[in-house]
Ligand binder design. Structure first.
Ligand code: 6PG
Length: 470
């Protein structure tokens, strides 16, 4: 069945920030769209402000009217909060839709929920779509990670390609990644990496602020400079912009008056939980999630400072070049962990996830877009099963940048400047480059107290220690 034979007519439920932006994007790309929001006034206001695109948009005031306004076969995009709201919406749509219709959950769903909904006997087709890029992306070109039945993807592929971001070589950043919740799973790992990228940037910001006594605008200039090099990425770019922002209320840098407690909606945490289930090490992402949790404990941190004293400002013997290289190393290590986790998931869930395709989808539109993803896509295309740190290109980068990472982590430790994500990356790297590790001690301990046994290096048959004789 070709895509054109099955091409669907589109509706969208949920006109919040992301839903509104996505609906305008779809209309702008030439796809007429019917929209509905639980609060009628929101729909009316949205349509009234749609300007030249209003003619492409049919506002509706009931769910039944929405369904009636879309010619079958329908594709209805859900942009409602993840969780129960999605199940409620599916239940409400069930009596209204036909078996040829398709409902697409484009929110940040937990992929286990998407798996469950795929397995459920819904009276219509269902697919889960990971969408990244914030409001700007949704409006002008997000990165799209699709999961579900391939035929369902094929029936909306022309529209999704039309609304997606494009990489520098013109490829749409929208791809079918696998069955069930594969799209939402990849989106969760994207968000885990997003947390880690943000955390590592925050750590080098902290070293510049507290270890090098740099003012926010100077830090902003440093990020802007880095954004012209290997670190070129959306997150480094916006970090430069926010560090340079001026606050008119305090007449000083805005960053200096923002409370240092990070929020989270949970996608990073889901990634970490899933990594533990898969026994897939992603310590940089774990450190980033921990760091957000620690950041929220403002009163405890203040009490800690009162007991142990503040970190001494200044005096760190580091250059901004050291920090740039540390960030390059940390980024490579973090992405290597993320891709390795997705490989493990692909095997575990039988999804056959296409690693180079994932790297290519992330090249534009999404929050973690960066120049480095081009090189990652190439390295994964050469050998998708090999850990990224072993790919020639990235091994060379690491040889050059790990000494700086070591220096930054060591200096941070000596000065009390917390760099949990960078330090976790370094520890993981050192384990990954050590052929003879230390788990022989753990095996011996396990055998001592539980007779768990061990394998010997020499292959000889004496699987327990002489503990009874000890
Ligand atoms: C994106 C973002 C977006 C959002 C997440 C993370 O890819 O566009 O990941 O989905 O920022 O909800 O937000 P939290 O930091 O609140 O978890």
């Amino acid at each position: 069945m070709s895509a054109s034979q099955t091409e669907r007519h589109v509706g969208l439920i949920g006109l919040g920030t992301m839903g509104s932006a996505l609906a305008l994007n779809i209309a702008e790309k030439g796809f007429p769209i019917a929209v509905w929001n639980r609060t009628v006034q929101v729909t009316r206001d949205f349509h009234a402000k749609a300007g030249g695109l209003a003619a492409m948009i049919t506002p509706t005031e009931t769910l039944a009217a929405l369904v009636a306004a879309i010619r079958p076969p329908r594709a209805i995009i859900l942009m409602v909060p993840a969780g129960q709201a999605v199940d409620d919406q599916l239940a409400a749509l069930a009596p209204l839709l036909g078996p040829a219709d398709l409902v697409i959950d484009a929110g940040n769903a937990n992929f286990h929920d998407t798996n469950r909904r795929n397995a459920a006997e819904l009276p219509f087709h269902f697919m889960g779509l990971g969408v990244s890029g914030g409001e700007e992306g949704a409006r002008h070109g997000p990165a799209i990670m699709a999961g579900g039945a391939f035929e369902d993807w094929a029936s909306v592929e022309p529209m999704l390609h039309a609304i997606a971001a494009r990489s520098d070589d013109g490829t749409p950043c929208a791809a079918y990644l696998g069955p069930e919740g594969a799209g939402h799973f990849v989106k969760a790992v994207h968000n885990g990496i997003e947390y880690a990228d943000m955390q590592m940037i925050a750590e080098v910001y902290g070293v510049m602020r507290d270890g090098l006594n740099m003012a926010a605008p100077e830090i902003g200039d440093t990020f802007a400079r880095w954004n012209d090099g290997v670190l070129r990425s959306y997150l480094v770019e916006i970090s430069g912009i926010v560090a340079k922002a001026h606050d008119r209320l305090s007449d000083g840098p805005l960053l200096d008056v923002i409370l240092d407690a990070a929020g989270q909606k949970g996608t990073g945490r889901w990634t970490v939980i899933e990594a533990q289930n898969l026994a897939a090490p992603i310590p940089v992402i774990e450190a980033a999630v921990h760091a957000r949790n620690v950041s929220a404990r403002l009163a405890e941190r203040a009490a800690g400072q009162a007991v142990f004293g503040p970190v001494e400002a200044g005096g760190a013997d580091l250059s901004t070049e050291d920090l740039e290289h540390a960030l390059i190393a940390g980024k490579i290590l973090c992405y290597a962990q993320g891709f390795s986790m997705m490989s493990a998931a692909g095997t575990e869930f039988g999804w056959d996830l296409d690693m180079p395709a994932i790297a290519r989808v992330w090249r534009a539109g999404c929050i973690i877009r960066s120049a480095m993803l081009n090189d990652m896509a190439e390295a994964l295309a050469e050998d998708a099963g090999r850990n990224l740190i072993l790919a020639h290109f990235f091994a060379n980068h690491l040889r050059r940048s790990v000494p700086a990472l070591r220096k930054v982590v060591a200096t941070g430790a000596l000065h009390g400047l917390a760099c949990p994500a960078l330090a976790s990356g370094l520890a993981w790297f050192d384990m990954m480059r050590t052929a003879r590790g230390t788990a022989n001690m753990i095996q011996a301990q396990r055998d001592f107290f539980g007779l768990h046994g061990f394998k010997r290096l020499d292959g000889r048959d004496l699987p327990h220690g002489p503990w009874a004789e000890a």
